[in-house]
Write a protein that binds this ligand. Structure first.
Ligand SMILES: [Zn+2]
Length: 404
């Protein structure tokens, strides 16, 4: 027998630890409706640190006094995670970031420069050469201040021409940058294009420079593109809790961690993150920004580990593996079975057994018709306890029931 897995599995390398950069407090926060107070940012940052996230991007310090103060405070509170800051290639931005989080290795200062001709011409109105010189001057400023951990982010890299990306990357590395970030700023990339980009750029910068990926979800490909980058050899992935962020959002941090948890052995990858802590961080975020609980979102959705469908429930009663590949325990959650018109007789049998009773199949049919598929319950969704209460009342006067 040929297992389908054998056809696509990559051969495991030595297990490599992927670094996680959370940008919930910067890219996530800058999206409409997501602004947070300093205390809210601190609470999320501390939970992200507890979860094992490597870098916590605190904001864009020069953009507002609140971002600067949040960066300063979070940097002072973190003991294990590093802080990352967003800077344009402008001296004031760099000085402000350094003022807030210092120059040590625990502060990843990210200079974000324009990489695509579209942005150069129509957003900035500058030439490739002018942009390159701007970057070189900015790196000189950072180096002059003694910044140890410098990254250069290439905005709109997925729509940029390869020769210019190469030029920017070579210049950055030659001036001391430790990391190059490829931003799919508009959600233009595909898993294939991202894979080729990272493979190509690894050849350009060599093995000592970290490559990082930053994706947006405009076509719903952010997670797939980020995974593709990691499989091609990227070292760092930028992501947000619940995938919040500009427009359709960013790569979901929890999805990346879960994929690597579930398939990392095949891929030769691992992270240091704890998904149950990330779920707690997501709930802090939800209450901070008033984000409704999504119904079907992977891992964090209200019903991500819940089913009301009869065929699924029948399988789950026999063996949860039948319809559950991702385990709720992975996120510190619990499996839940609900009762709707789509449930079957198996949930009725389960509710009866929960009551410690036994009834014959004729009675099961009666209860099923009355409490599952009747018009009265056509559009409701209830818990097994609710169903058990209805059944308990029904059984009080019933002559067919007997105690188990
Ligand atoms: Zn972004």
């Amino acid at each position: 027998m040929i297992a389908l897995n054998d056809m696509w599995q990559v051969s495991p390398q030595t297990e490599k630890k992927i670094k996680l950069l959370d940008t919930t407090l910067r890219d996530g926060e800058q999206a409409p409706g997501n602004a947070m107070t300093i205390d809210q940012k601190i609470a999320i940052a501390l939970k992200l640190e507890e979860a094992g996230v490597d870098y916590i991007e605190t904001g864009f310090p020069f953009s507002s006094p609140l971002d600067a103060l949040a960066t300063r405070k979070i940097f002072g509170l973190l003991t294990r995670s590093s802080v990352a800051t967003f800077c344009r290639p402008v001296a004031d931005d760099i000085r402000c970031a350094v003022d807030c989080a210092g120059t040590s290795n625990r502060h990843l200062l990210m200079l974000v420069v324009t990489a695509s001709d579209l942005h150069l011409e129509r957003k900035r109105g500058i030439t490739r050469q002018q942009c390159l010189e701007e970057l070189q001057r900015a790196i000189d400023v950072a180096n002059g201040l003694g910044v140890e951990n410098l990254a250069v982010g290439l905005e709109d890299a997925s729509r940029a021409s390869l020769d210019y990306l190469e030029e920017l990357a070579r210049a950055s590395v030659s001036l001391g940058a430790k990391e190059i970030i490829f931003a799919d700023t508009t959600g233009y990339a595909t898993p294939q294009s991202t894979w080729h980009l990272i493979k190509y750029m690894r050849g350009v910068v060599g093995s000592d420079i970290r490559l990082s990926i930053h994706c947006h979800d405009d076509l719903g490909l952010a997670v797939a593109n980020s995974m593709s980058a990691l499989l091609a050899g990227a070292d760092v992935v930028q992501a947000t809790l619940g995938g919040i962020g500009e427009r359709a959002g960013n790569t979901s941090l929890e999805q990346i961690v879960a994929i690597i948890d579930c398939k990392g052995r095949d891929y030769g990858l691992r992270t240091a993150a704890k998904l149950d802590c990330l779920y707690e961080a997501f709930n802090i975020l939800r209450s901070a920004i008033g984000l409704e609980e999504p119904r079907t979102r992977p891992l964090f959705g209200r019903y991500a580990f819940t089913t009301a469908a009869g065929i699924h429930q029948q399988g789950m009663f026999n063996d949860p593996d039948t319809y559950e590949y991702v385990k709720p325990s992975l996120v510190g959650r619990k499996r839940e079975l609900l009762v709707s018109r789509h449930s079957g007789r198996s949930i009725v049998r389960h509710a009866v057994s929960e009551l410690g009773r036994k009834v014959d199949e004729k009675k099961i049919n009666y209860l099923y018709n009355k409490y599952v598929i009747s018009d009265e319950f056509a559009t409701t969704c209830r818990t097994v306890d609710d169903l058990a209460k209805l059944i308990a009342n029904d059984l009080v006067t019933d002559k067919m029931e007997y105690h188990a």
